[in-house]
Design a protein around this ligand. Structure first.
Ligand code: CDP
Ligand code: CDP
Length: 226
């Protein structure tokens, strides 16, 4: 299979904890191309604004946009590393403080424009897999392959809890995580819609490798028809 060239984009969108990040990472690895995570940029902008220390009630859109200037993306072997003030960050992005505020930040139109532009810059010179909510609609409407990932909310809650805590969650923990995911889905509803030409993949009863294999097969069909 020939390697796809710059301009070849695969979008993987869907609600919280539907499997976008892990799937995008493995699909990119299988195809030997880079991956960029738009959710990580929204999280980094939120983390950069949180670092200023004043309470979220005082955040204006302009102050968030100013904080966004500290966020950059640096190409590394198989992805784009998200940095704040030139320093790589990771655990901070997944923490509860960022998760609690990220939907509000993502609702700011000037911040969305900034993230869209960072994502398009990533795709300028290389073939890429991108994941988020609106990659196939607002950011890369001409993408070669668009995937819309879904999974039942209880399945998503169980997976996210296991991922965050490293132990199988009990029913109470699953219920708590499910209501947090539904609240974020609701807060993100405006930008969380499938493109009309997206292919729906329900991962509720798939293993990670099954969902990756399915998307890689679809990608290879697209690549061979280039
Ligand atoms: O991994 P999870 O689905 O929980 O979240 P994420 O992909 O890291 O995205 C974090 C937040 O960024 C989401 O809850 C949205 O508020 C926002 N987001 C967005 O608005 N548009 C995107 N393309 C990606 C993320
Ligand atoms: O990026 P997003 O929030 O959509 O999801 P993720 O962080 O990639 O996936 C949430 C968790 O579900 C990760 O720990 C995945 O390994 C796990 N998972 C999955 O994505 N698909 C399965 N079939 C089984 C588990």
């Amino acid at each position: 299979m020939p390697s796809p060239e710059a301009g070849f984009v695969i979008t993987i969108d869907g609600p919280a904890a539907s499997g976008k990040s892990s799937t995008a990472r493995e699909v990119a690895r299988a195809l030997g191309i880079r991956r960029a995570d738009s959710g990580a940029i929204y999280r980094a902008v939120t983390a950069a604004r949180l670092r200023r220390g004043d309470p979220p009630t005082s955040w204006t859109e302009q102050s968030v946009l100013d904080a966004a200037a500290a966020v950059s993306l640096v190409p590394v072997t198989d992805s784009f590393e998200v940095r704040i003030d030139g320093v790589g960050i990771d655990a901070e992005l997944r923490g509860p403080a960022v998760t609690a505020m990220v939907s509000r930040v993502a609702g700011m139109q000037s911040v969305r424009a900034r993230v869209d532009s960072l994502m398009r810059t990533c795709a300028r010179d290389v073939a890429i897999v991108v994941d988020g909510r609106d990659m196939g609609t607002a950011v890369f409407p001409g993408a070669a392959l668009k995937i819309w990932l879904v999974a039942d909310v209880e399945v998503r809650a169980r997976r996210r809890s296991l991922e965050m805590r490293g132990v199988e969650p009990d029913d109470e923990e699953v219920a708590r995580a499910a209501s947090a995911l539904l609240a974020r889905d609701e807060a993100d509803a405006r930008q969380t819609k499938p493109a009309t030409d997206a292919i729906l993949v329900d991962t509720s009863r798939l293993t990670p490798s099954e969902q990756v294999d399915r998307i890689v097969a679809l990608a290879n069909e697209r690549i061979s028809s280039l």
